[in-house]
Design a binder for this molecule. Sequence first.
Ligand SMILES: CC(C)(COP(=O)(O)OP(=O)(O)OC[C@H]1O[C@@H](n2cnc3c(N)ncnc32)[C@H](O)[C@@H]1OP(=O)(O)O)[C@@H](O)C(=O)NCCC(=O)NCCS
Length: 190
Amino acid sequence: MEQNHETFKVMEKEKREHLKSNILIKMLLPIYRYVAGLKQRRKYRLMTKQMRMIDPAESKRPKYWKKCGVDTTGNFKVGYGVYFDAGNANHIHIEDGVWIASQCLFLCHRRVLDNYTVGDDYNSLPYKIEDIHLRRGCCIGMRSVVMPGVTIGEGAIIGVGSLVTKDIPPYSVAVGQPAKVVKVFPNQSK
Ligand SMILES: CC(C)(COP(=O)(O)OP(=O)(O)OC[C@H]1O[C@@H](n2cnc3c(N)ncnc32)[C@H](O)[C@@H]1OP(=O)(O)O)[C@@H](O)C(=O)NCCC(=O)NCCS
């Protein structure tokens, strides 16, 4: 009888403790959710702020690029959603009158694959950083990608969606992946 009473008391105590922890969880959960939400909202605000900085109003884009370290006088045009190698911005040189259409990508770094062999870790390979030159008045078509070390000649035109891996001569049209020269413009006849 005495033993039954003791067991009952222990069970009651366990029940009370379980209830207590349940109440605690119920109280803490909304606080946790609120704090987590705050964090999420803060992250979202930061992301949208960053996005606005990456893609500011059209008139401000060249100034923003210059501020990021791109070597330019700022006298060029950029469409929306253009990405450049932000960490190596000083390796991008843009002359006056250049036209960069929307959603292009400029890459200045890549891994050195010279000593890469089976079993090696790609992520531990060293980087090679090369300059990109966009000469006076050239035009980079929408959604093109310009690879490290490429010079796009004065007045050259790159077709929509091209992947430029090699230098493009002045006053020519280059298209495709990889981009090939399909046209070279003549000199003005006097
Ligand atoms: C490249 C471009 C300038 C070609 O203009 P074009 O000198 O009038 O040349 P054509 O249209 O006669 O095309 C020449 C050849 O290249 C091909 N071509 C044109 N654009 C191409 C492209 N983006 N990718 C692959 N091939 C392309 C054509 O099919 C044609 O091939 P063919 O000789 O076998 O028939 C033009 O197509 C282009 O892409 N302009 C960029 C537009 C742009 O980005 N605008 C955004 C804001 S300004």
